[in-house]
Design a protein around this ligand. Structure first.
Ligand code: SF4
Length: 462
């Protein structure tokens, strides 16, 4: 485990989860997990120091909660030595940690805010965003002269709602249509068919000024904050740009930028920096501030934390939770990381080959998935564990081409429960005996006990 150019801990991989170094423990505590209680994450405080300013002592001293304030940590560089957990750790105190200290919970569990309507009857609430029959097909030409025309069905008739104050997680493998869906909602892509109703108004077919006005109710945060900010504009100008385009006065922009900096946890001295002078986490905070500039009600986030390291990821996830409860925001959270999605979402929609195959409250989908694909995705998540590295059999094969999807159920070519009927008839999205909030598109949905036979078997790595 390295930190600022130095090895702070070295051990057999299976011993890492019994780590005795405060930095390693801090990293482990930042990771949202499928097998843990959902709560506020516990990021390592502060940022890594400038390598030119690391003194004689421990490089991690300024951020270490274990022996904060001890003079020896600042004055003397610890060498790699055997710790009580069987690892080599560069910490003055790792060898004398008591069993209680070593086993102390590193994450403070504090419940995240839930959607105001969570647990109530969703059908009686007016959605903020309502998507019906949404399609996006891209024309493909092949042949020497482009004479063969076919279509890639990136998004193929999906439906979902997001209530005010609710977070919907959208998950699936790469290429399943998640990011295209996010772009369609923001109208960065034009839908081929279907309706997008936002705040009671149809926006699917809008153009020009009407579209720009409608978009002000939504913000978007992209995966790579470096690519989504203008490198020539200062942080302040990047945040103010949507307001300038919307015709807000200079005074209004200045006051709002100061307010936004405060809301996303940046200081006033960041205002005049360029994005390249900020860390990855700070840049994503700038991108979030920019998305909030016009006071939207819905933020669409496309893999917003996948480019960040785990500690910064935890800081940004906590920030998103705070903003949601302070401002009553709704989120569409697109991610392939199921642990993160479980952490942030009230509801989850699972996409496969352009279709939504399961939608349900987050608690249900992670405890009792009903679609074989959802279950296979969950089975494929490796759990960091003191029992050692355990991996599960991954989903076999690649998804079929969206240009020529299988007949009937699109998952049938990879599904262990497929029958002839699955090839003949496409399963409709239906509650199939579960609550009205849960929809599954499968002819033979799994029972809440986990299905008729084990789908995937765990095995230890050799
Ligand atoms: Fe598997 Fe058939 Fe269900 Fe599709 S409809 S997921 S092939 S069991």
């Amino acid at each position: 485990v390295m930190y600022r150019g130095r090895v702070l801990e070295a051990c057999a991989a299976k011993d890492l989860f019994r780590s005795q170094h405060p930095y390693t423990q801090g990293l482990l505590a930042c990771i949202p997990r499928l097998d843990d209680e959902v709560g506020r994450l516990n990021p390592i405080p502060g940022l890594p120091p400038d390598p030119r300013q690391i003194g004689r002592g421990c490089a991690f001293a300024a951020r270490c909660a274990l022996r904060a304030g001890r003079a020896i940590c600042v004055e003397e560089r610890p060498e790699l030595e055997s710790s009580s957990g069987g690892c080599l750790a560069a910490c003055h105190f790792s060898a004398e940690l008591t069993a209680e200290e070593a086993a102390r919970p590193v994450a403070v569990i504090e419940r995240l805010p839930k959607a105001p309507d969570a647990g109530e009857d969703r059908a009686s609430k007016a959605p903020l965003l309502s998507v019906r029959g949404l399609e996006k097909r891209f024309p493909i030409r092949s042949g020497a002269f482009g004479q063969h025309k076919r279509e890639l069905r990136a998004v193929d008739g999906i439906e979902f709602d997001i209530l005010p104050g609710e977070t919907l997680g959208l998950v699936g493998e790469s290429g399943c249509g998640k990011s295209t869906t996010a772009k369609l909602l923001m109208r960065l892509e034009r839908p081929t068919a279907g309706s997008i109703e936002f705040d009671g108004h149809e926006i699917g077919a809008l153009r020009g000024r009407e579209l720009r006005l409608a978009r002000r109710g939504m913000g978007m945060v992209f995966q790579d904050p470096k690519a989504s900010l203008d490198p020539r504009l200062t942080v302040g100008d990047n945040i103010a740009e949507p307001m300038r385009i919307a015709g807000r006065s200079r005074e209004e922009r200045r006051a709002r930028v100061a307010e936004l900096l405060d809301q996303v946890g940046l200081a006033s001295h960041h205002l005049h920096r360029l994005p390249d002078e900020m860390s990855g986490g700070q840049r994503q905070r700038v991108a979030i501030a920019r998305a909030l500039a016009l006071k939207p009600r819905l933020i669409i986030m496309d893999e917003p934390v996948s480019a960040l390291d785990v500690s910064v990821q935890a800081q940004v996830l906590n920030l998103l939770a705070d903003l949601k409860s302070e401002l009553g925001l709704s989120y569409l959270f697109v991610s392939h990381d199921l642990s993160v999605v479980r952490h942030v979402s009230d509801r989850v929609a699972v996409m496969y080959l352009g279709k939504i195959v399961e939608t349900a409250p987050s608690t249900e989908i992670f405890s009792a998935p009903r679609h074989p694909y959802t279950r296979a995705l969950l089975d494929a998540v490796p759990a960091p564990s003191v029992q050692g590295a355990v991996v599960r059999s991954p989903l076999q094969g690649d998804p079929p081409s969206p240009i020529d999807p299988p007949s009937g159920c699109r998952f049938r070519t990879r599904c262990p429960f497929a029958t002839e009927h699955c090839a003949e008839a496409e399963p409709a999205s239906d509650s199939r005996g579960a609550g009205a909030d849960s929809l599954v598109a499968c002819h033979y949905p799994l029972e809440s006990s986990g299905g008729p036979v084990p789908l995937m078997l765990s095995r230890s790595l050799p």
